[in-house]
Design a protein. Structure first.
Length: 218
């Protein structure tokens, strides 16, 4: 079972949990992605701030002994480090106090609130709502029922470390590219920073978006 720091009881809100996976190796980046400066704050703080209006609680899943800045979140430590996304999602759901969780990664800097709300709206008769973009499922930009964590724990026991294995075993709502494009025509929501070049491109794009917003007439 994962260990939890500062657990918070859920109130009566229907807002979901938000789960941010931060415990990856960052091997191609060469440094901890969660701590990279982004918009004047550590990247993990940028992600948390984007989720706060959408979620009733936020859970950050970190590897054992991972350094993180002060954050208004529940911190969950992987019971076993580096089990991939299935481990992070499992431990996050295990700690969640809400009916469902939106799961993302600590390097998804361009979260789109309207797309996230749409994904959440599709959960009613399903266990998972997952976008399908550029021919691939996007399991780290998806909504999961909290009750799925035992199934993911069983996957870990079997050494099945791919989230898509779960999708074939539960009621999964696949969100098409046409549906996604209504909210995010370029699929920017799914941009991840795996290398220093990705990070530089993301910073440049964020600064460009910030300038556009600043220059817009009020």
């Amino acid at each position: 079972m994962a260990s939890v720091d500062n657990p918070a009881k859920a109130g009566g809100s229907v807002l979901p949990s938000g789960i941010v996976l931060a415990g990856g190796r960052s091997s191609r980046m060469g440094t901890a992605k969660a701590l990279l400066p982004f918009g004047g704050v550590p990247l993990i703080a940028h992600i948390v701030a984007a989720l706060q209006p959408l979620c009733g609680e936020i859970i950050v899943v970190a590897s054992p002994d991972q350094a993180l800045p002060p954050l208004p979140v529940t911190i969950v430590h992987d019971a076993v480090a580096h089990q991939g996304p299935v481990g992070g999602i499992c431990y996050g759901l295990q700690a969640a106090r809400r009916y469902a969780s939106f799961v993302t990664a600590c390097d998804s800097a361009f979260l789109n609130p309207e797309l996230i709300r749409f994904l959440l709206s599709q959960l009613a008769h399903h266990d998972v709502v997952v976008p399908h973009w550029n021919g691939r499922f996007q399991p780290l930009h998806a909504v999961y029922r909290t009750s799925l964590w035992p199934r993911l724990a069983e996957q870990l026991d079997r050494g099945e470390l791919r989230p898509v294995t779960l999708f074939d075993r539960v009621s999964t709502r696949t969100v098409s590219e046409e549906e996604i494009a209504r909210f995010d025509p370029d699929g920017t929501s799914f941009f991840n920073m795996n290398t220093p070049e990705d990070y530089a491109a993301a910073v440049e794009q964020w600064e460009r978006l910030r300038r556009v917003r600043t220059e817009q007439p009020t």
